[in-house]
Design a protein around this ligand. Structure first.
Ligand code: XIL
Length: 514
């Protein structure tokens, strides 16, 4: 593949983490710059360069996800890619209302369970998609008398979220609530509640009651750049936060057309994250006329890398999900006539130029996710709706590993960050940086000082005895080279106070914190 990966690292914006990685790799003498036959400069063999999207994303404290449909599960090309390259799964259709509750009160969880089982067996997390949407909605809901819609919606949400409780990282609670001009879609929910914020607030509060540990999103398309629709979503987000509604994030679907990624993506993402919300890229694809031209495939490589870099450069963008696994199972050709070739893998399930550019962008890194606890879904909405889209996310204490970290002579550094907190519960990310000799397995230990306990952990296995916690690697993330890092995350319970622990060890040796 004739992608100029070296140039990708050598120019443009680099976050502290990418500089750190490159420095570490060069210090280790493992960077080889070679001239490929094409004359392109290719950077190969760095100690820290991960070879899958998921491993590279995890090195940045992020996930790289994929939409998987029931039809994919019977196809080994699909399951091989979905099981190896990605670490977050969104069921393509299997958790939508028409599948889950085709008749009033009759629930069908089989297809959704199959997708969850696939994800779990590959150490992947799940984004639940979706609870309330005007589309793929069974006829019985639309024909209910208005007075019955609220209880039908609440029952649907409570039953579905409870069924999957503890298994879902984030729910798209409300999907696509806006018209293109930024007004609310006047669907059955809007009409029954008499307004947009009302049904949306009610849906989010209902989901939160059923699984307080799941992050709760509103998801839409054509809100990725600035404009009327995005302004509508922004106003809604402000209103919900002001009302104390436990909204965690906004999903930018990101169904793009090649060469037309909005130039305001980063600033628009920033204004939402400045409210204290996460913004995830939830349904990425970048379509073009088929058959694909090589120049469009190159443009796609540029587009997709830029989108990933935008996420990595925002400490509150937790990850990117691609919609469908490859061009072979993509929804695009069936929806947009004459268009396709929209994913990172071609119709033979092989990597495209965009795969390489995205992998390189992930390996180059960005800013690490913020440890700001201010994303609390149900904290008082003290985040005044700031209109300062340009304020830097790096003001949070340790969102950016400092350029020359003081390690105090220890052979490891642990960065512990609370990503969200609500009464009784919290989510945290832990990043391990190995400053000693390469290791092939790891065990991180610490003790909680205020009675906190872990309830669910991903990208690791844990035990807890009293306040003492031990986390060990899982099969795919045990190896950490010198200067390399990996991360895991967890949900926990707290009471009274929730101080960050500082007494970390890695394989028995004390680590510095931060
Ligand atoms: C699409 C699926 O990919 C198709 O299989 C289905 O026929 C229609 O829905 N926005 C969303 C997704 O939020 O749920 C949609 O998925 C794509 C657009």
């Amino acid at each position: 593949m004739d992608i100029d990966t070296g140039a990708d690292i050598g120019r443009g914006r680099q976050g502290p983490s990418s500089r750190r990685r490159l420095r570490a790799a060069m210090a280790a003498g493992t960077v080889a710059v070679v001239a490929a036959a094409t004359g392109a400069v290719v950077l190969t063999g760095t100690a820290n360069a991960a070879s899958t999207l998921r491993a590279a994303a995890e090195g940045d404290g992020r996930y790289f996800g994929v939409a998987v449909g029931q039809g994919d599960l019977g196809n080994s090309s699909a399951t091989n890619l979905a099981g190896s390259q990605f670490d977050m799964v969104t069921p393509e259709n299997e958790m939508k209302w028409d599948t889950i509750e085709p008749n009033n009160g009759q629930y069908n969880f089989g297809p959704g369970d199959n997708i969850v089982n696939f994800a779990t067996s590959h150490n992947e997390r799940v984004r639940g998609h979706n609870l309330v949407w005007h589309s793929q909605l069974p006829g019985w809901v639309s024909s209910l008398p208005s007075s019955q819609v609220k209880s039908a919606m609440e029952s649907h949400i409570t039953t579905e979220v409870s069924h999957y409780k503890g298994k879902i990282y984030a729910w798209d609670v409300v999907n696509e609530p806006f018209n293109e001009d930024g007004s609310y879609r006047q669907d059955v929910f809007y009409n029954a509640f008499g307004g947009g914020e009302q049904y949306i607030a009610d849906a989010i509060r209902t989901a939160h009651a059923a699984d307080p540990n799941a992050k709760l999103y509103i998801n839409d398309y054509n809100i990725e750049g600035s404009g009327s629709k995005s302004n509508g979503m922004y106003t809604l987000a402000q209103q919900l936060l002001q009302q104390g509604v436990p909204l965690s994030g906004i999903g930018f679907e990101s169904h793009f057309i090649v060469g037309q990624v909005p130039s305001s993506l980063a600033s628009n993402m920033q204004r939402f994250t400045d409210l204290g919300l996460d913004v995830a890229i939830t349904e990425l694809d970048d379509r073009m006329p088929t058959p694909a031209s090589s120049s469009n495939l190159q443009q796609q490589a540029t587009d997709d890398a830029n989108i990933v870099k935008t996420c990595l450069n925002n400490a509150h963008c937790p990850g990117v999900t691609q919609w469908n696994i490859s061009d072979a199972d993509s929804w695009v050709p069936g929806t947009f006539s004459g268009q396709g070739a929209a994913t990172l893998f071609d119709s033979n399930w092989q990597p495209k130029p965009a795969y390489t550019s995205v992998l390189n962008a992930l390996n180059a890194g960005g800013v690490m996710p913020s440890n700001s606890p201010s994303t609390s879904p149900s904290a008082s909405p003290s985040t005044s709706p700031s209109s300062s889209p340009s304020s830097s996310p790096s003001s949070s204490p340790s969102s950016s590993p400092s350029a020359s970290p003081s390690t105090g002579g220890s052979s490891c550094r642990i960065s512990y960050s609370v990503s969200s907190q609500w009464p009784g519960g919290f989510g945290a990310n832990v990043s391990i940086t190995n400053l000693g000799a390469p290791i092939s397995s790891w065990k991180v230990a610490w003790s909680f000082g205020a009675g906190q306990s872990i309830t669910q952990l991903w990208n690791g296995s844990y035990t807890q005895s009293g306040g003492n916690v031990t986390v060990t690697n899982v099969s795919y993330n045990g190896s950490i080279g010198t200067g390399g890092s990996t991360s895991f995350g967890f949900n926990g319970a707290w009471n009274g106070s929730n101080p960050a622990p500082s007494n970390f060890t890695l394989n028995g040796a004390a680590c510095s914190a931060g």
